[in-house]
Ligand binder design. Structure first.
Ligand code: F6R
Length: 609
């Protein structure tokens, strides 16, 4: 949801900003722009469309200057156009702002500003910020930004430069991500760390309602009432190469292929050998508390919600504690029954999803202890949770989530086993058996990735179909939903994910020669039922692609195509089933000629409600 970058230092700002925007383009790609402070003047260049349109524009002007801001937009207020592209300026063009978030009271503010004589040149909510700063500015940019921020409602990470205060960038945040990168003789700001990873790994995570002031050799923080705030520097472990395509045609394909390594990293130190128990160093909850909880509530959005669905099956089966699932945007408005005996597990790759954060706060406000599962160190979800279990997936750049999902599943399985161990709910023989199976998962994922001719064949055969039905049962109901989501978001083919038993209650009416059905049919409790469901589709002349175990010699009699995955326990099987589903979606989208990493209408990290 929009990416912002800022640079102040001794190098030419423009190429650094554009490079930073490239690494943030996953956050929005409707338009992009830069503002460079050059010889006492702010020069702005912006263009509707992808970043390459801005790059083309900059080729003919290449602005010089050592201080600047950049922005890549996911439109909320005002259509994608040159005028609505950021940066935005005040009436005089002396103050310039970039913004990620939504100013909810912008209409009221705009009316007041217009009444006071301000002239607007865009339809955006952001422009009010530039005019508010102008209204309060009498030479001191920090104080003017502070006064402007005090009037804003909603979510924002902003960065401001001014011609009359040319040696600093002033930034502020509330509910939208903002990080500051600390270099030598240069400093950076961005919505996300990869923007400045080639230059520094030393990072400050900015808190809500904090003002950050970046000078060339110094960074300082203060509260909205002007009190100095001390922040701690973190050293991030990601490196710049992790945020590059590394020879792959798309980030999505790279990230699919990174899953064995990401899963191993996520397992490391938690499951050191399957003969030993699980350790969860980030879980700051006593065994007494874990024994006392009487309910677990899981909160997430999108793909992360599908991970939570698998979690319900695994935790209820192994720990025997009831698990409630909530899409975060629903939890926050439904007054859920949560108290101090509820453990809330909040799942978010980015750790910045606005609804998920609101769900977290709702659960915490009602007394729940919060365990976050997130991929981003220092993200808002991580900072607001008492326990954090990181997925060590490395930066996920493609909008469609792949390695974040399977590593979330890995953490959830580890957590289910840990809770079962803590509550004495599982005998050691079974626990050890499951640990061994979990231990084998990264290598099994490697096997699937090594050779998947049937997935490629299916992608070619069905890429021009106009619909897909995905079905699964038990924990693989989540696989069906995730498979459908993947194909919708990157291939733009209508797809439904269904509990296989529900097909006959309606969706089976959709079966026709233009609709392919993908059935997750791994052996387990309901395997025979899924076979019957496949027959029901076949009886209506529908084509079926089955995801099934190797050496399952029945399935070939039922399905038109079988994509094989290695055997594991049913509770763990969604991790393996995810891989062919991702590959199928990827190759279908590729065959259709789509821009896979940046699907239309979407952005990664949904920081607005
Ligand atoms: C789908 C996808 C989204 C995210 C959702 C939550 O491929 O990536 O559905 O899963 O927007 O994002 P996070 O996990 O960052 O909270």
């Amino acid at each position: 949801m929009c990416g912002i970058v800022g640079y102040i230092g001794t190098k030419s700002a423009c190429p650094i900003l554009v490079e930073g925007l490239k690494r943030l383009e996953y956050r929005g790609y409707d338009s992009a722009g830069v503002a460079i402070l050059n010889g006492g003047r702010i020069e702005i260049h912006k263009a509707a469309g992808k970043l390459r349109a801005l790059e083309a524009l900059l080729e003919s002007c290449a602005p010089e200057g050592l201080i600047g801001l950049g922005h890549t937009r996911w439109a909320t207020h005002g259509r994608p156009s040159d005028e609505n592209a950021h940066p935005h300026s005040d009436c005089s063009g002396r103050i310039t702002v970039v913004h990620n978030g939504i100013i909810e009271n912008y209409l009221a503010l705009k009316e007041q500003l217009i009444a006071a004589g301000h002239e607007f040149s865009s339809e955006t909510d952001t422009e009010v910020i530039a005019h508010l700063v102008e209204q309060s500015c009498n030479g001191d940019l920090v104080s003017a930004v502070r006064q402007a921020v005090a009037q804003l409602e909603g979510s924002f990470a902003i960065a401001v430069i001014a011609q009359d205060d040319p040696a600093r960038i002033v930034a502020a945040r509330r509910h939208s991500p903002l990080v500051v990168g600390v270099g030598v003789g240069e400093n950076f700001l961005a919505s996300d760390v990869p923007a400045f990873l080639p230059y520094t790994k030393n990072v400050y995570f900015v808190d809500d309602d904090t003002i950050a002031v970046l000078e060339r050799d110094h960074v300082s923080f203060s509260s909205l009432d002007g009190q100095p705030v001390e922040r701690e520097i973190y050293e991030v472990t990601w490196d710049a190469a992790m945020a590059e395509r590394g020879g792959y045609e798309h980030f999505m394909l790279k990230e699919i292929n990174e899953q064995p390594q990401a899963l191993r990293e996520t397992m490391r130190e938690r499951l050191s050998s399957y003969s030993a128990g699980i350790e969860l160093p980030g879980l700051n909850l006593s065994i007494e508390y874990l024994r006392r909880i009487d309910k677990i509530t899981m909160v997430a959005c999108g793909t992360a919600f599908h991970a939570a669905m698998v979690g319900k099956y695994a935790i209820e089966a192994l720990v025997r504690v009831p698990v409630e699932l909530d899409v975060a945007s629903e939890l926050r408005y439904r007054d859920p029954i949560i108290d101090d005996r509820t453990l809330a597990i909040v799942i978010s790759q980015s750790g910045e999803t606005a609804d998920t954060l609101a769900g977290l706060r709702e659960a915490r406000g009602k007394g729940a202890s919060i365990v976050a599962i997130t991929n981003v160190v220092g993200s808002s979800v991580a900072r607001e949770s008492e326990s954090v279990l990181y997925t060590f997936a490395g930066p996920e750049i493609a909008v469609a989530s792949t390695k974040a999902y399977t590593t979330q599943l890995m953490v959830i399985e580890l957590m289910a086993l840990y809770l079962a161990q803590a509550r004495g709910a599982l005998d050691e023989t079974r626990a050890r058996e499951l640990r061994e199976l979990l231990w084998n998962i990264p290598q099994q994922v490697e096997v699937i990735l090594g050779d998947h001719p049937e997935a490629l064949r299916c992608a070619e055969k069905y890429c021009n179909h106009n619909g897909f039905l995905y079905m699964g049962r038990g924990p693989n109901l989540a696989s069906a939903l995730e498979g459908a989501l993947k194909i919708k978001e990157i291939a733009y083919i209508h797809a439904e994910g269904y509990a296989a038993g529900e097909m006959k209650h309606g969706p089976i009416a959709m079966i026709d020669p233009g609709v392919a059905t993908v059935a997750v049919a791994v052996e387990g409790r309901t395997y025979d039922k899924v076979l019957s469901n496949i027959l029901e589709v076949k009886a209506r002349q529908g084509d079926v692609i089955a995801i099934a175990y190797e050496h399952d010699d029945q399935i070939g009699k039922y399905a038109d195509h079988v994509i094989r995955v290695p055997r594991t326990n049913e509770l763990l099987s969604p991790i393996l089933a995810a891989i062919p589903l991702q590959l199928l979606a990827y190759h279908v989208a590729k065959n259709r000629g789509h821009e896979i990493d940046q699907p239309r209408n979407l952005a990664k990290s949904v920081t607005v409600e």
